[in-house]
Design a binder for this molecule. Structure first.
Ligand SMILES: *[C@@H]1O[C@H](CO)[C@@H](O)[C@H](O)[C@H]1NC(C)=O
Ligand SMILES: *[C@@H]1O[C@H](CO)[C@@H](O)[C@H](O)[C@H]1NC(C)=O
Length: 215
């Protein structure tokens, strides 16, 4: 009788300590959170919206409070979109058209932890990578490689996709490249006249996407 009880107790103890039990007791695994952006990096992005493509050189530079999108339109011009953390942005060309417009926003560049509080949606295969996926305020869907924690893709609510082709952590663009050209500071009627250099859909996408970056 006593030995039967011992055996039963032993079996229970084995069950309690078995791996399947410990898994069952840890179902509350922490939900993955997006990796904060490195404070400085360079990325080449392939952008796609409605079958229109662009290549963006993205230079994110948080310590210096600046962010640069150098936008190559397919078989078209190059647009420089330079943003400062004080809310000032310049959009300009460096070709003979000498176009520039600026904007004063009431918020600065994205913070490294701008994805904090994003809503985890699970894992998905995208662009050939197994990714964790988050969504933030119905504004952006963000895909991060499960293995390397690097961003792979983000998609704006407009449908605009950014496919991350390179991700160079620590790369910094030299100061001289962050100087907007003189014609950005000429106070004539040029500003509004230069607006058409933005393709209309891009203009609205940039403005609306930016306006929502206040989280
Ligand atoms: C913000 O900083 C940039 C770069 O230093 C400067 O050109 C711009 O005038 C500043 N804007 C304001 C509103 O101070
Ligand atoms: C993309 O195309 C769809 C369908 O043609 C259209 O409704 C939408 O406005 C377009 N989006 C942009 C941002 O141009």
């Amino acid at each position: 009788m006593a030995s039967k009880l011992t055996i039963t107790t032993t079996i229970i103890l084995i069950l309690l300590s078995s791996p399947s039990w410990s898994q069952a007791s840890t179902v509350t695994e922490p939900v993955p959170t997006p990796t904060p952006w490195p404070h400085q990096f360079h990325s080449i992005l392939v952008m796609q919206l409605n079958g229109t493509y662009q290549i963006i050189d993205l230079w994110y530079d948080w310590p210096n409070g600046r962010n640069f999108n150098i936008i190559q339109h397919q078989l078209g011009n190059v647009l420089y979109d330079l943003e400062w953390n004080n809310g000032t942005s310049f959009f300009y060309t460096l070709d003979s058209s000498r176009q520039c417009s600026s904007a004063q926003l009431e918020f600065g560049i994205l913070r490294p932890n701008w994805l904090d509080g994003a809503n985890y949606l699970g894992q998905r295969n995208v662009d050939g990578f197994l990714c964790n996926v988050w969504e933030k305020v119905d504004f952006i869907w963000y895909y991060e490689d499960v293995l390397t924690k690097r961003p792979v893709l983000w998609v704006f609510y407009t449908g605009r996709e950014a496919h991350v082709m390179t991700f160079e952590v620590g790369a910094v663009l030299e100061d001289e490249n962050w100087q907007a050209p003189v014609y950005c500071f000429e106070s004539d009627g040029k500003k509004s006249a230069s607006r058409p250099l933005l393709q209309p859909h891009l203009s609205s996408a940039i403005t609306t996407e930016r306006t929502s970056q206040r989280f």
